[in-house]
Structure formats: C-alpha cells, structure tokens
Design a protein around this ligand. Structure first.
Ligand SMILES: C[S@@+](CC[C@H](N)C(=O)[O-])C[C@H]1O[C@@H](n2cnc3c(N)ncnc32)[C@H](O)[C@@H]1O
Length: 393
C-alpha cells in the first residue's frame, strides 16, 4: 500500500516538474496516466485541466475544472448544515435544571464545514481559471457566473468561516455571512496586535468607563456590563465555588458577589489590575485573588461549580482544554468571545460537555462597534450569543 502511494507521489512530482518546465503536453500525458489508476486524484485532475488550458484544449480544460469543483465538498451546504445544527442549541434562558444537548453532536457538521473550508483555495483557482477560459471563448454569461463564484470563495472566506457569528447570523446564506463578516471587520476599529507579555508590562489607563493600553486599545468597556451581569448569573447557577479569570473593571466580579456564592476565586495577571482587585476585595468575604497568569495558576486550582474566562488576549484554547479538569460534575463554563470563534467551539466538541446558546438582548446599545454582535433581533435590538457549557460526567 505504502509502495503504491510512494509510486503515485513520485509520478505526481515528475508531472509537476513537467508543468514547471512548461512542457504542458507531456505533463498532460503524465496526468492522464495517473488518472487512469487514481481517477479521483485532485492534484492530477486540477493540473490536467490547467495543462489543457495552456495547450489551448479549452473544452477539455473547462470539463476538467468543473470535475474538480463537483468533487469538492459543497461549501454553501456545509455552511447551512452547521447553522441549522447550531440552531438546535438555542436556549431561551439558562437555568440550572435546564437540559442541554451533548456538544459532541456538533462534530459531524463542524467536520463537514472544515472540509469545505479546506477546499476553498482549490475552488477559488478553479473558478478563476474557468472564468478566464470562458471569456476567451466568448461565453461571457458563464464567465460572469464563474467569476462571481471565485469572488464568493475569495481568499478571506476561510477566515470568515472561522467567525461563527457570521454563520449564526446568516444561517444557510453563505454570501450574506461573508458580507456580514467583511462589514464587521471594516467596523472593527481595534486590532489587537500585542503579545500577552507586552500587555502585562504595559501601562494601563483606567477611566470611568474603560481600561486602555498606551496605544488606546480597549481592554474593557462599561458597555459590556449587561453581558457580564448575565454571564455571572449563568456561572453562579448553584451559588457554589466560582472562578473568574480576568478582573478588568470588576464588573463580572461585582455581579458574582451579588449572586451570593460559597467561594469566589479571581485570577488576574496585570500588576496594575491586581492592585485594584486587592483594593476591591478588602471588604468582601470568601474572595481569593490570585496575582498570576492563569497559565501558571491553573494546575493547583479547583474544582469549581462555575468558571468564567475573559482575558481578551490569546491564548484561550489551552484554557478550554484544561476546563474539564477544574469543573465539578454539572459545573458550568462560559467565556467572553471577541468574536464567535469556531476554533474555541472545536476544542469544546472534544469534551463531552453539554451545550447551549443563550442570546443576550441589549436594551440600549445604539451601534454595533468593537464587539461583533450578532445581528438585530425581531425587535430591532442587538443580541450577543452567550455560550454555556456544562460538564456532564
Ligand atoms: C477584558 S478584561 C476582563 C473584564 C472583566 N470580565 C470585567 O467584567 O470587568 C481582561 C482581563 O484579563 C487580564 N488578563 C490578561 N491575560 C491574563 C492572563 N494570562 N491571566 C490572567 N489574567 C489575564 C487582563 O489584565 C484584564 O484585566
């Protein structure tokens, strides 16, 4: 088996070097032979079509590119599939007794979605080549259709598809989701390009309604209060032992205090924020401030009934991977997401947690900036998806 694969790889290499040397007829002959034995080989199908285009066999080239396209996962269908799978997780309001669905049911639609994403660069090239050939042949209408498809599968689509918010907001509408993603990127004034180490050494400015870095990047803003207050209720579902990672403006920690928990642990790494956290904790009972990064603190902590994570700065995935170790059975995890990142969800799919999405409705937020909120609901109000993960075993 390995021998046959090696032989195939060698033949593909040989054919590719003929393409590089612009010996297109010879390359085409080689690819044809390869396809006799491996009729679905993507690289051979694509390069044979390209070689045909180079030697003027346009009809063959068009047929070839179309064959490659039809062999790829259907991006639009994968997008629709994931959106409808996610819809099943919508909950109206999380309560401690509410049954959530096993998150691993999302594995198949997410895998399809990823396979579709991985096929995008190839699809993009096929459609571009098709558009060029069809134009040469004077088939303008078909060329326009191919160009529109190439534009749709433009190179930023994989990035857009990692932003699950677009999928949630535009279920089944790949074009609309892409548009929305592009719009929200344009509207996002900040680009967080600071490493965690740089951030932890930086001088912060604390105003009444914001924390800012020296470059004016927003670490935390007052307008996020409604998200924090509802998230506190979610992670304090049974008032037990609660962990919050990232003190910021103390919004969520003040809300956790109001929930009357048994114990309240806070991990905060920035020295200036730690000072404020210690000051804040002076008149509170059962509060432990851990002045450290979560990376350094986590191994010795837990288990908790509720965990909230909001450090703004990556990495986040290692924390999510570790989350099952610090939660009790039925413990609940939620996190703030700058945008709804598919990679976070993929990490959680590897756990056997149950999952729900509660939509927080903003009563008085006039515009959608910085945090890429979900689209407006039927009452013309912005909503933000809050993810709730519960450890089931
Ligand atoms: C967005 S703020 C949190 C806001 C908070 N949820 C609130 O309600 O005010 C992020 C916080 O995480 C802290 N932080 C960043 N990286 C961290 C790390 N690796 N470990 C612990 N805290 C970290 C930051 O210093 C900052 O205070």
């Amino acid at each position: 088996m390995a021998k046959t694969e090696n032989a195939l790889t060698n033949r593909l290499k040989r054919a590719a070097s003929l393409m590089e040397a612009a010996s297109f007829s010879e390359a085409a002959a080689n690819y044809r032979k390869i396809l006799n034995e491996a009729p679905e080989n993507e690289e051979a199908l694509y390069n044979l079509a390209s070689a045909h285009a180079q030697i003027g066999k346009f009809g063959e080239a068009v047929k070839g590119f179309r064959a490659v396209i039809s062999a790829q996962p259907d991006v639009a269908a994968a997008h629709a599939g994931l959106a409808s799978a996610l819809e099943l997780y919508r909950i109206s309001r999380f309560e401690t007794m509410l049954a959530l669905r096993p998150i691993m049911e999302l594995r198949a639609p997410v895998d399809n979605y990823l396979a579709a994403m991985n096929s995008i660069p190839l699809l993009c090239s096929c459609y571009k080549s098709l558009a060029e050939i069809l134009e040469l042949e004077g088939r303008m209408f078909e060329a326009d259709v191919a160009r529109a498809a190439a534009d749709l599968y433009a190179i930023d689509l994989p990035a857009a598809m990692l932003d699950l918010g677009a999928t949630i907001a535009r279920p089944g509408d790949l074009r609309g989701a892409l548009e929305r993603y592009r719009r929200s990127m344009d509207n996002t004034p900040d680009c967080w390009n600071m490493s965690e180490q740089e951030y932890l050494k930086s001088n912060l400015t604390f105003t009444e309604d914001k924390i800012l870095t020296p470059d004016g990047l927003e670490v935390m803003m007052e307008w996020e209060r409604p998200i924090m207050e509802r998230s506190a209720e979610i992670v304090c579902h049974n008032r037990g032992d609660v962990l919050n990672v990232g003190f910021g403006m103390a919004i969520i920690d003040s809300a956790i205090q109001r929930c009357g928990v048994t114990s309240h642990t806070i991990i905060e790494a920035h020295p200036l924020v730690v000072e404020r956290a210690k000051e804040w904790a002076k008149d509170k009972k059962e509060v432990t401030i851990i002045p450290s990064t979560w990376q350094a603190a986590l191994k010795s902590l837990g288990p908790f009934d509720g965990v909230y994570f909001d450090t703004l700065i990556p990495p986040m995935i290692p924390f999510l991977e570790h989350a099952p170790n610090i939660l009790k059975k039925n413990g609940v995890l939620s996190y703030f997401q700058y945008y709804v990142d598919l990679r976070n969800l993929m990490t959680m799919i590897r756990s056997n947690f149950s999952f729900g999405i509660e939509y927080h409705v903003f009563e008085n937020i006039s515009e959608n900036t910085y945090y890429r909120l979900d689209e407006k609901n039927g009452d013309d109000l912005y909503t933000a998806p809050l993810f709730v993960f519960r450890k089931t075993e």
